[in-house]
Design a protein around this ligand. Structure first.
Ligand SMILES: *[C@@H]1O[C@H](CO)[C@@H](O)[C@H](O)[C@H]1NC(C)=O
Ligand SMILES: *[C@@H]1O[C@H](CO)[C@@H](O)[C@H](O)[C@H]1NC(C)=O
Ligand SMILES: *[C@@H]1O[C@H](CO)[C@@H](O)[C@H](O)[C@H]1NC(C)=O
Ligand SMILES: [Ca+2]
Length: 122
């Protein structure tokens, strides 16, 4: 009797497992009998590269480079696209707002302006 019960439980578990993998679309998971969205960004926080942010969507997700990296947002991609977010050299591109008499220094994800010969007036 106990054996039969165990087999039944096993069978149910197996069936549920099969259902879980066949009924729900990819990017979804069976939860309490319902297919629910999987939050890839939470399940696998490093799913987007380190210089990109992850955005969960219903049934999927996408990545966007952080500010200061290219391709600039809102360019959506997934790791399958093979995109690598690269630092924008604002000093070279000329998108910096360093004033005259300052030197622009590029940094990863940003830039800064230094005033080499200026007196500190702050
Ligand atoms: C930049 O430097 C020049 C020469 O030293 C000076 O005449 C000018 O006032 C400076 N401009 C600013 C915005 O500091
Ligand atoms: C910023 O750039 C100037 C000129 O290229 C350089 O002399 C200076 O050392 C740089 N500052 C830092 C903190 O790297
Ligand atoms: C400015 O940029 C230089 C060169 O990347 C960096 O070494 C320095 O720490 C930066 N300074 C500030 C205040 O962020
Ligand atoms: Ca930069």
């Amino acid at each position: 009797m106990r054996h039969m019960y165990l087999s039944l439980v096993l069978l149910l578990a197996l069936t549920e497992n099969i259902l879980m993998n066949t009924v729900c679309r990819s990017g979804e998971k069976m939860r309490r009998g319902k297919c629910e969205d999987e939050n890839e960004c939470e399940i696998q926080p490093s799913i987007c590269e380190r210089n990109a942010a992850c955005f969960n969507t219903a049934g999927s997700y996408f990545c966007q480079c952080h500010e200061g990296f290219t391709p600039p947002s809102p360019h959506n991609f997934t790791p399958a696209d093979g995109i690598v977010c690269q630092d924008i050299n604002e000093c070279l591109v000329g998108s910096d707002d360093c004033g005259p008499n300052t030197t622009c220094n590029n940094t990863v994800g940003g830039y800064n302006c230094t005033c080499a010969h200026c007196k500190k007036f702050l």
